[in-house]
Design a protein around this ligand. Structure first.
Ligand code: PLP
Length: 381
């Protein structure tokens, strides 16, 4: 028999699996499921990006690339980061198969047995798994009492961060809450990071998807340039989840170390996908704006519909998720909502915050209306 490592056995299978397994089972039985559980845009990848990918294949860009990614894409990324106020050279960027791989490589490079990592809850599910696989210990700061905003919870963050803290992970706009942290909140993060010499990952994968607010990149604050690793990707802003393309930028010594992990594991991101990434960054503004407008209309629609049923939610300012307050036993609520109303959502406990269900509004207005109506009819609102 095989003996498995501690590093893999100590990670739980994701709580969302139970929900998707049940959804598939019901669908196989013929049920029409309104799926509000997915973490991906429901739009096709913009045409010009698809064309650029095909052209790159036709042009023979099908071999290995430089491990860190083709220079032209890293140059486009450096320009994108500069537009966000972040100064980097192409030597400080690694292109990865998805932002998830970027985060994995960073965590593996910085966290070892017993190192303390601070998360802001609710937090995206994979941060916890990645930290556990690296052997790190989690300290979690709950933002649910402050409408998921960080600024009012800075005291709690201050209490959580100490000289023992190795790493803090910040994700704004946030999955699962859609919260965008204020500049004052990020200044608070900076003060603590500098005081306690903490490295910070700024996961900015939803940065391009915001409604009337402009999130500031954490690495632009005084004192943060040499302690921030900025992560971003193409999945959400350009609706490219299946292409698997992301990147990270940070201090060169971190890039050198993580680069070893990168080259000995994935080698590089896919060659022609990297070429499509250049097109995405350079020529896709209008399509992104249109998607963001659609998300904003849907956000407003869902908030209005919930309001009609007397349910109040914290208004998201970015991404395409919101947290619906439900019973304490959110796992049971989600399973019930799926079985009775045929509406799939994700339990808040998966993100470290029981008592909520995450709704993704990356679905058509018609399906969103149908989903809320069914939840109301079955007594789930
Ligand atoms: N970070 C956050 C907060 C996410 O929600 C996701 C995807 O769900 C990722 C990173 C990873 O995205 P990808 O690997 O598709 O680039």
């Amino acid at each position: 028999t095989m003996e498995f490592t501690d590093r893999v056995t100590r990670v739980e299978p994701s709580a969302t699996l139970a929900i998707s397994a049940l959804a598939t089972e019901l669908e196989n039985e013929g049920a029409d499921i309104v799926d509000l559980s997915v973490g991906e845009p429901d739009f096709p990848t913009p045409e010009n990006i698809v064309e650029a990918g095909k052209d790159a294949m036709d042009a023979g860009h099908t071999g290995y690339t430089t491990s860190a990614g083709i220079l032209e894409l890293r140059e486009a990324i450096v320009d994108k980061l500069a537009a966000d106020g972040l100064e980097h050279t192409t030597d400080e960027v690694i292109v990865t198969p998805g932002a998830k791989q970027a985060l994995y490589e960073i965590v593996q490079s910085l966290v070892e047995d017993g190192d303390e990592v601070v998360l802001l809850d609710p937090a995206w599910v994979s941060y916890e798994a990645m930290v556990k696989m690296a052997g790190g210990d989690l300290t979690r700061v709950d933002l649910s009492d402050s409408d998921f905003q960080l600024e009012p919870a800075l005291d709690d963050l201050e209490a959580a961060v100490s000289d023992d803290t190795e790493l803090l992970i910040v994700n704004s706009p946030s999955n699962p809450t859609g919260a965008v942290y204020s500049d004052a909140a990020l200044e608070g993060v900076r003060d603590l990071a500098v005081e306690h010499d903490v490295t910070v990952i700024s996961d900015e994968i939803y940065k391009e998807i915001t409604y009337g607010v402009e999130p500031t990149s954490l690495g632009t604050f005084d004192g943060m340039a040499d302690r921030t690793i900025t992560v971003n990707g193409f999945s959400k802003a350009y609706s490219m989840t299946g292409w698997r393309l992301g990147y990270f930028a940070g201090p060169e010594d971190l890039i050198d170390q993580a680069g070893k992990l990168h080259s000995h594991s994935v080698s590089s991101a896919v060659n022609f996908v990297q070429h499509a990434g250049i097109e995405a960054l350079e020529n896709t503004d209008t399509a992104v704006e249109e998607m963001v407008e659609a998300f904003e209309e849907r956000r407003d629609l869902v908030i209005d519909l919930l309001d009609d049923h007397g349910v109040d939610v914290a208004e998201p300012q970015g991404a395409f998720y919101m947290m619906l307050p439900v019973d304490d036993d959110d796992q049971e609520w989600c399973e019930g909502a799926l079985e009775d109303a045929h509406v799939a959502t994700v339990p808040g406990s998966a993100f470290g915050t029981p008592g909520y269900a995450r709704i993704s509004y990356a679905a058509s207005e018609e399906r969103l209306e149908e989903g809320i109506e069914r939840l109301a009819e079955e007594g789930y609102l």
